[in-house]
Design a binder for this molecule. Structure first.
Ligand code: PAF
Length: 305
């Protein structure tokens, strides 16, 4: 029954076991939701699991740090792997029925370097894709494999990784994959910083400055709502202000929310989204503000700091 709490989740290590688990649930006509993650779980992931719970009878979370979405010199080796803590969190939350924790060979049986890849169109090379070549092909490739193994009815992804969400929706539509993609709102600390596994790379001093990224988005969004249509100048001054506060911005951009195309100047503000990515010390932070959102709803704010 969607919404019901469950006891301890089953931990599945192989694709065969995951398929068997799903086959058994399907035999009793249960709907399946997938929540793909790379682990190091936090309140943002738990909120996605709760959403999945409301959408389907059975929730399968996956924990897999996917090598094909990391570029050379990125944090694949150092990405936090915290399986025991992750499982404890999931046990306590009671929202997940199974956790699929494959090793690399289960996902890439011919090896990650020899893997068949999904090649995504141009959008995957813009915004975050411009500074992370191949990243979205890697994300699409692993999500495609997870969908093939778990065959969910619904997949839940976070709005924080907005470009990822749009890219995956495009893959699902283009390849005719029979899954409904549902998005969960960004969870924020009380000062506005979007909760992310990579926030742990921030020093205490950087953590104090980190909310300036979301503040920059709010400033751009506010100006657009007040009728300023000079997106180029707004983007530039937001990036300059971030730079002055010690960030190294990759981009601040105003795009169409529906498909992340560049706006043509005729869109009403509530069809737009402002997105940014910037480095602060060792952390690369991303965030976005959809102009349909009027204000930060209190239900999206986590009390954790
Ligand atoms: O958003 C993430 O954590 C990852 O990109 C995903 C979707 C689990 C694919 O590895």
């Amino acid at each position: 029954m969607p919404g019901a709490l469950v006891p301890k989740p089953v931990v599945l290590h192989t694709a065969d076991r995951a398929r068997e688990f799903v086959r058994d649930r399907r035999a009793s006509r249960q709907g399946i939701a997938l929540v793909p993650t790379m682990g190091n779980l936090h309140e943002g992931h738990l909120s996605l699991a709760r959403l999945a719970r409301a959408e389907a009878d059975v929730v399968v979370a996956t924990i897999f740090v996917n090598p094909t979405q990391f570029g050379a010199g990125e944090d694949y080796e150092s990405y936090p792997r915290t399986l025991d803590e992750d499982l404890s969190l999931l046990y306590a939350a009671g929202t997940v029925d199974a956790v699929f924790v494959p090793d690399e060979g289960e996902i890439y049986p011919f090896g990650a370097d020899e893997a068949v890849r999904v090649s995504m169109p141009a959008l995957s090379r813009e915004l975050c894709g411009a500074s992370r070549p191949g990243h979205f092909d890697g994300v699409a490739s692993v999500v495609c494999r997870l969908l093939n193994i778990v065959t969910p009815d619904v997949m839940v992804l976070g709005l924080k990784d907005y470009q990822q969400l749009i890219v995956i929706k495009r893959m699902v539509a283009d390849l005719g994959i029979g899954v409904r993609v549902v998005s969960g709102r960004t969870m924020r600390d009380t000062d506005g910083l979007a909760i992310s596994s990579r926030n742990r790379y921030l020093t205490d001093e950087e953590r104090v400055r980190a909310p300036l990224l979301y503040a920059a988005l709010e400033k751009v969004a506010g100006a657009i709502r007040n009728g300023d249509g000079n997106y180029g100048a707004l983007q530039q001054s937001a990036a300059d202000e971030l730079r002055a506060s010690g960030f190294v911005p990759d981009y601040v951009e105003v795009r169409r929310a529906a498909d992340l195309a560049r706006p043509n100047g005729r869109q009403p503000p509530d069809e737009l989204i402002v997105l940014a990515a910037a480095r602060l010390g060792k952390a690369r932070l991303i965030d976005n503000l959809d102009l349909r959102e009027r204000e930060l709803a209190t239900s999206d704010v986590s009390a954790s700091t």
